[in-house]
Design a protein around this ligand. Structure first.
Ligand code: ZN
Ligand code: FE
Length: 259
């Protein structure tokens, strides 16, 4: 059984470790130091690096890690990430044999042009997805390189993963995102309850990641383009009833940019 562990980097980044039988794969090592610390502490052997997108806080440690251990590096074909050996466009099934793991690659452009997510149906009880800066706890990434249509389509692909799938995103942003979610849907009880839970967890210094697809479907305004309250909130922003999911998503994303 593959274990999933978190390392902290910078202010609020997570580096995820997938570990089994003394081997470990690392997801989005923005900084090499915490990875080296972990390897020294555990005695585990690094077997692969997985990257979701080219931003420095996700790939900044790749070359330094490679200088010590030459392992396969997975990453998006559309992005220039030094050290990548296995390029991905989405739709691939990749194997990390040392930890007995198979992952499905999902193309999720929007935050960046080539952003990919890694879905492991066999991880944990009900699967897990590593989605970088696409889907966050109660939020989504900014549109740096992609269009709102691309991002909404990408989020829709994640939304249809099985409900218990655990969501391992790249940042601890949940508490801040829930302030916005409350503004979008002031009457959503699930948002209110999640806000209370998350405030308690953060006050105790605990992580709010991973969440799960079902929790995100109930509380994340960027997946709730079909919810009447979210459509109404979007209508109030743009002055007319949105015609489709993309227009609703676009209005909510635009609002968050200035929130
Ligand atoms: Zn990013
Ligand atoms: Fe990031």
């Amino acid at each position: 059984m593959t274990e999933i562990l978190a390392l902290h980097a910078f202010d609020d980044n997570y580096i995820w470790l997938l570990r089994a039988a003394g081997h470990v794969a690392v997801v989005d090592p923005g900084d090499a130091a915490p990875v080296f610390d972990y390897l020294a502490r555990s005695g585990d052997r690094l077997c692969a690096i997985l990257t979701t997108h080219h931003h420095g806080d996700h790939v900044g440690g790749v070359e330094e890690i490679l200088a010590r251990s030459a392992v396969p590096v997975f990453g998006p074909a559309l992005e220039n990430i030094p050290g990548v050996t296995e390029t991905l466009v989405g739709g691939e099934r990749i194997g990390v044999p040392e930890i007995g793991l198979e992952l499905y690659v999902i193309a999720v452009p929007g935050h960046t042009r080539g952003h990919v997510a890694y879905y492991g149906p066999s991880l944990g009880e009900g699967g897990a997805v590593f989605c970088g800066d696409t889907l966050f706890g109660a939020g989504c990434g900014r549109l740096f390189e992609g269009t709102p249509t691309q991002m909404q389509n990408s989020l829709a692909k994640l939304a249809v993963l099985p409900a218990p799938t655990l969501v391992y995103c790249g940042h601890e942003y949940t508490q801040n995102n829930l302030r916005f979610a409350r503004a979008v849907e002031p009457d959503n009880i699930a948002v209110q309850q999640r806000s209370e839970n998350v405030a308690r967890e953060r006050a105790a210094g605990r992580a709010t990641v991973p969440s799960s697809i079902d929790v995100e479907l109930a509380t994340n305004p960027f997946l709730r383009w079909d919810a009447p309250a979210v459509r109404t909130a979007a209508a109030n922003r743009v002055g007319h009833v949105p015609t489709d999911a993309v227009e609703t998503f676009t209005a909510i994303r635009e609002w968050k940019n200035h929130f």
